[in-house]
Design a protein around this ligand. Structure first.
Ligand SMILES: CCC/C=C/C(=O)SCCNC(=O)CCNC(=O)[C@H](O)C(C)(C)COP(=O)([O-])OP(=O)([O-])OC[C@H]1O[C@@H](n2cnc3c(N)ncnc32)[C@H](O)[C@@H]1OP(=O)([O-])[O-]
Length: 721
């Protein structure tokens, strides 16, 4: 069925014109909608039979904001002329300054440009539980339809800066308390109350308030300056590298000092600068890339429906298992947690309790919800409870034989519809399911640690996994607030495989004489939250040592064999787990670089003996970034070439959510394409000539570089999915 896009106007006998935005699914402000709004407001202002106006959205949603596709179009062409003139022309002149009263009838959501339109109305009536917010900063821009000026005037400066900087939505209930919403009514009464409100304004029974002209909530200049000082500190803390967070405060200040209209003009000017920034390009890409992950060919378009998953068994109560159990419980899914003895089981349950209590103490969960979640957990030592589970997630140690035996057993004790998932991060699914006859229901559910907090869920399918099972796991993933990304089966899957050269390259640099703490600091300045050495400390070096040989078996031709991890463990350093790694970990304080680890690094350098002429190499910070991250891009190319992901943007999302690659750089492939495959290829070639085959450019990268094609453009024939 064709989507009904447009703006309608119905004038009732009461003299109220109801203007309705219709652009499914979220009534975004696409160019025809904006043109339609202008036309209808002009019309309503001119018609003698219209005394007042109500603005609303179709299908229970007011408006999800400006059409983000237009930003993408601007990014592709660099042409700003496709951005319609809205802020002054429509919002100030035709709406706020209209002589006829205008009331917003809000339902579902009013976000970004949607809330900005509502704030230009002379009153706002809302249904309960509507989502209200200005999330533009998450897209690398600032509000551009006057939101930076009107929100502070409606809810007060401190609350407005908080909502804008943190892109935090509020409910219509909170909005009413703050003065953003004038009346809260049941959905069935939304239009009738809004009409009446508009007529009450027209007849002088209610005040005719223009948000931009209000000053009552702004306070004195000195009070405003004190609030903005705090906002600047907040921006510095939460988004030191984001230009939009700093720019928006300047724009708000302009309006405080020189008046709302000046603020609106400055907002438009700054918006136009920011929309072309690399940050906006990266973040807008991430917005669409994340949504694209829910489209899986032959799965989500196959006419299948996800089956209900009500009870899940988790095998293994270690860090991963208890984190997975926590995530399921928090979404009201019953969990059976299985361990091999009472001691381990108690430990697992305590970890789940600790996870949930942690959320309560950080104010992220109410005591009531915590109690409800924990009541859904049952610890067991045998398989009796498995007879009616809908899904099992195995999360035991990475031991092939152990996993094979577990899956063989599961086949016997679980009902035939039950999904058999493994949380393995490395082992081939075909190997795990080798001893079963249930290969179609075996799937990888690779969570990232801590599983109740990290949002990525890598769903790994083998060539035998059925589309129904993949769809079911995608639905569970969404229910537990994860972003599921479906990937193909290979050692390390998409994320760990792409990033295995990350640590290796860092080890090579350290062995070439570069200071390891400098490497970490350069990488964190680039935007990753942890440098490779601190990340190793966090994961525990034992893990690195255990999975190393598995990678070496298949990717041995491009591995740098570093003795550093082994030496580190020999010297009693296993990372954060035992308080010592490259850094020292003490309770209550930040990790401190440990200078005494340098003797271990020295020992490693002696063994590898790769420093040219025995002397440390000299590299710039830029070269460090390239030597660490270009090999990652190179492996990403192989992942793309082998069809491990459906589309390149899936790898972008996986890198952002699984490895915390900076979202404002758009993900690993997007970033590489911004730099250009040719440059990366040439640099890797130089590095491989100087430092060896670890850096040798892949065939895929070479091909893209020579043909001048972006890495993100896939050939469809190679897919493993
Ligand atoms: C000068 C300019 C000043 C103004 C700036 C702004 O307003 S900036 C904007 C400020 N606004 C925001 O930042 C809000 C951004 N949007 C959201 O946060 C969420 O989409 C939601 C909460 C509105 C709905 O969540 P949900 O889980 O129910 O659904 P979902 O997330 O899966 O989306 C469903 C489909 O709708 C699509 N789509 C959605 N919004 C837009 C849009 N604005 N545009 C275009 N498309 C949009 C989305 O791509 C997806 O398409 P697909 O893949 O099916 O083809």
């Amino acid at each position: 069925m064709a989507k009904k896009i447009g703006v309608t106007m119905d004038v009732g006998n009461d003299g109220v014109a109801v203007i309705t935005i219709s652009n499914p699914p979220v009534n975004s402000l696409a160019s025809p909608i904006i043109a339609g709004l202008k036309e209808k407001f002009r019309d309503a202002n001119q018609r003698n039979d219209v005394r007042a106006i109500v603005l609303t959205g179709n299908n229970g949603r007011f408006c999800g904001g400006f059409d983000i596709n237009v930003f993408q179009q601007v990014h592709k062409t660099g042409d700003l002329s496709v951005m319609p003139e809205v802020s002054v022309d429509l919002v100030c002149n035709l709406m706020e300054d209209s002589r006829k009263p205008l009331v917003a009838a809000v339902e579902g959501l009013a976000l970004g440009g949607g809330l900005e339109l509502a704030m230009a109305c002379h009153a706002r009536v809302s249904a309960p539980k509507a989502q209200l917010g200005l999330p533009e900063l998450t897209l690398g821009v600032i509000p551009g339809f006057g939101g930076t000026q009107r929100l502070p005037r409606l809810v007060g400066l401190a609350k407005a800066t908080d909502m804008i900087l943190l892109s935090k939505s509020i409910s219509s209930e909170e909005g009413q308390k703050l003065g953003l919403i004038d009346a809260l009514v049941p959905p069935g009464e939304l239009l009738s109350t809004s009409r009446k409100w508009a007529l009450d304004i027209a007849d002088g029974r209610k005040p005719f308030l223009r948000s931009l002209h209000r000053t009552d909530k702004i306070g004195s200049l000195s009070e405003a300056r004190a609030i903005l000082k705090n906002s600047r500190q907040l921006a510095k803390k939460i988004a030191p590298k984001m230009p939009q967070h700093h720019a928006v405060i300047e724009v708000i200040e302009e309006g405080i000092v020189h008046g709302g209209y000046s603020g609106v003009l400055k907002e438009a000017e700054v918006f136009r600068q920011l929309v072309l920034s690399d940050t906006a390009k990266g973040l807008v890409h991430v917005f669409f890339a994340q949504r694209a992950t829910s489209k899986v060919p032959n799965v989500t378009d196959a006419g299948l429906k996800p089956r209900p998953i009500k009870k899940v068994a988790v095998i293994g109560g270690g860090l991963m298992g208890s984190g997975i159990a926590t995530a399921l419980l928090l979404s009201n899914i019953r969990v059976v947690l299985k361990e091999i003895n009472p001691e381990y089981l108690m430990k697992g349950i305590k970890t789940v309790e600790g996870n949930i209590k942690g959320l309560v103490s950080r104010g992220k969960l109410t005591q009531d919800k915590a109690g409800k979640a924990l009541s859904l957990l049952k610890g067991v030592l045998d398989y009796t409870e498995f007879k009616d589970v809908d899904m099992v997630i195995e999360a035991v140690i990475e031991n092939i034989q152990l996993k094979q035996n577990i899956f063989k057993e599961l086949e016997k004790v679980c009902p035939p519809h039950c999904i058999l998932a493994s949380n393995t991060s490395t082992i081939d699914l075909n190997v795990i399911g080798e001893k079963t006859n249930s290969k179609d229901r075996i799937v990888g559910a690779h969570f990232f640690s801590p599983a109740h907090l990290m949002t990525l869920l890598e769903i790994v399918r083998s060539e035998n996994t059925s589309p129904q099972v993949i769809l079911d796991l995608m639905a569970v993933g969404k229910a537990i607030k994860k972003v599921p990304v479906v990937v193909g089966n290979c050692i390390g899957f998409a994320v760990n495989r792409t990033f295995f050269p990350y640590t290796q390259a860092a080890h090579m640099l350290a062995n070439l004489g570069v200071d390891l703490f400098r490497i970490d600091s350069v990488i964190t300045s680039f935007g990753l939250p942890l440098g490779p050495f601190q990340l190793g400390d966090l994961a525990g070096h034992g893990i690195g040592l255990a999975v190393g040989p598995i990678y070496a078996k298949v990717y041995g031709d491009r591995m740098f064999r570093s003795p550093l991890t082994e030496l580190l463990l020999k010297s009693g350093r296993n990372g954060k787990i035992n308080g010592r790694g490259y850094y020292i970990y003490e309770k209550g304080s930040k990790p401190k670089p440990d200078p005494s680890v340098l003797s271990v690094v020295e020992e490693s350098r002696k063994l590898t003996n790769i420093m040219p002429g025995g002397k440390p190499i000299s590299v710039t910070d830029k070269e460090i970034v390239e030597m660490i991250l270009f090999p990652v891009v190179n492996e990403a190319c192989r992942v793309l070439d082998e069809g491990v992901v459906i589309r390149a943007s899936d790898l972008d999302i996986a890198s952002v959510l699984g490895m915390s690659f900076p979202s404002y750089r758009g993900g690993i492939v997007f970033w590489a394409d911004m730099i250009g495959p040719k440059y990366i290829y040439e640099r890797l070639k130089e590095m491989s000539e100087t430092y060896g085959s670890f850096f040798k450019p892949s065939r895929y990268l070479e091909e893209r570089a020579t043909k001048g094609m972006p890495l993100s453009e896939l050939k469809s024939s190679r897919s493993r999915l």
